[in-house]
Design a protein around this ligand. Structure first.
Ligand code: GLY
Ligand code: MN
Ligand code: MN
Length: 409
């Protein structure tokens, strides 16, 4: 029902007499005969609830059809069962199911001559085939309308995102309890791998497990160095549950105790993050959390003499403070309308993830070298304010040191 309602809602926003054509992701080969685990395209799954590859949906006010893979005894021995054409109408509530191999000959026939045709081409073979077939219809994009819908999450979506946040939070807690000097970054990553698999989830994105100076490489994913006593470790890891992502970062001391310089920097990031989260509520400019976090980090770094007058904050804080979160980890939806920042609305989900990254620099006191800290939580906008989905995961210096000292007994 939920998918049917979404299709109806989308149609109500487009031209009266229209047809929407949308395909899912292709299977991706890793090498040889090996494929990556298949994941449907978020837009396609959002509208159809179907998770097999090679499928094209045709959606209009009066009909709903799909081209999909037919049953195939041999292929099903190798790859598993397919829904097939006979069961698809009942399972997916379709008017008609067609063989994907007949796309070329049948698709055009399903488009009434007076209809506006909506289609967004992805860079894949199936879509270039569809684009060819549709070329004389001058297809129009429906992405903006659909992505506005995806941006506002309903209760059932928030429920899944809460579960994803809880699973990821538990994994971060386990990592804090289990880390010890000498352990390799990949061993610490394995805490997440195991916990996500045990909960029938997977990583929503390639995790970052960065000890010491590696935390200053924003997209560090090698995760192959030993963790040293005295260093911090930054972990950015979150699971995807039922195609909804969580996205969490915590930074904590490998030995269980922050040094004084680490505490100073950590507290600035935490203050920035808490104040930024506090500002999130309906009607507030979506850029406000970044302005608040940047202001606090700038002030904090000036106060301890790291940021000199005239120096850009980007020397230490070079990324944004958050992004939409949903079926995609960097989820769809605009941040601006007519070049003006939009405002928060109930049902939006955003990350809040300020950080400070201090590289080795002759002009900087060596006690601060190689400190990289980010704290990231997932926040849903409610009627009157916000709820932090990742609220169960500790982040104060005291809470982290206490948990780690108890775990290390
Ligand atoms: N984990 C990706 C991000 O924080 O944006
Ligand atoms: Mn993020
Ligand atoms: Mn992240």
């Amino acid at each position: 029902m939920i998918h049917q309602n979404r299709r109806k809602e989308l149609l109500s926003q487009l031209d009266d007499n229209c047809v929407i054509i949308i395909s899912t992701n292709p299977e991706q080969f890793r090498n040889g005969d090996v494929t990556f685990p298949f994941r449907p395209h978020s837009d396609f799954f959002y509208l159809t609830g179907f998770h097999e590859p090679e499928a094209v949906a045709i959606i209009s006010k009066n009909s709903y059809s799909m081209f999909l893979r037919p049953k195939d005894k041999t292929r099903e021995i190798w790859d598993g069962a397919r829904l097939g054409l006979a069961d698809a109408p009942n399972t997916l509530k379709l008017g008609h199911a067609f063989d994907i191999n007949q796309l070329e000959t049948q698709l055009e026939k399903l488009i009434p001559s007076e209809s506006s045709v909506y289609f967004d081409e992805k860079p894949c073979k199936l879509d270039s085939q569809i684009a060819n077939i549709l070329s004389k219809h001058n297809p129009i994009s429906f992405q903006e309308s659909l992505h506005e819908m995806r941006l506002i999450k309903g209760a059932s979506e928030i429920e899944i995102m809460q579960k994803a946040a809880d699973i990821s939070s538990a994994a971060h807690t386990l990592a804090m309890a289990q880390v010890s000097p000498g352990m390799f970054e990949y061993e610490l990553q394995s805490v997440f791998d195991a916990h996500f698999v045990k909960n029938n989830t997977q990583h929503a994105y390639t995790p970052i497990v960065a000890g010491g100076k590696n935390a200053c490489v924003l997209h560090y994913i090698k995760n192959n160095k030993p963790l040293k006593s005295g260093d911090l470790v930054l972990i950015d890891a979150g699971c995807e549950l039922n195609y909804y992502a969580s996205d969490i970062t915590r930074t904590f001391p490998v030995s269980g105790q922050f040094s004084e310089p680490q505490k100073q920097i950590y507290q600035i990031v935490l203050n920035a993050q808490l104040a930024a989260i506090d500002a999130i509520k309906p009607g507030i400019d979506v850029h406000k959390p970044h302005q608040i976090a940047s202001g606090i980090i700038q002030q904090g770094l000036k106060k301890i003499g790291l940021l000199m007058p005239g120096e850009p904050l980007a020397k230490f804080y070079m990324h944004g403070t958050g992004h939409w979160l949903g079926m995609d980890v960097h989820d769809v939806g605009k941040y601006q309308n007519n070049q003006q920042h939009r405002v928060f609305e109930k049902g939006m989900v955003i990350t809040v993830e300020p950080g400070i990254y201090i590289r080795k620099d002759d002009k900087i006191d060596p006690i601060y070298h190689h400190i990289g800290i980010r704290i990231e939580d997932d926040v849903v906008v409610t009627e009157t304010g916000n709820t932090v989905l990742t609220r169960n995961l500790i982040k104060t210096i005291n809470d982290i040191e206490t948990l780690m000292s108890q775990a290390n007994l």
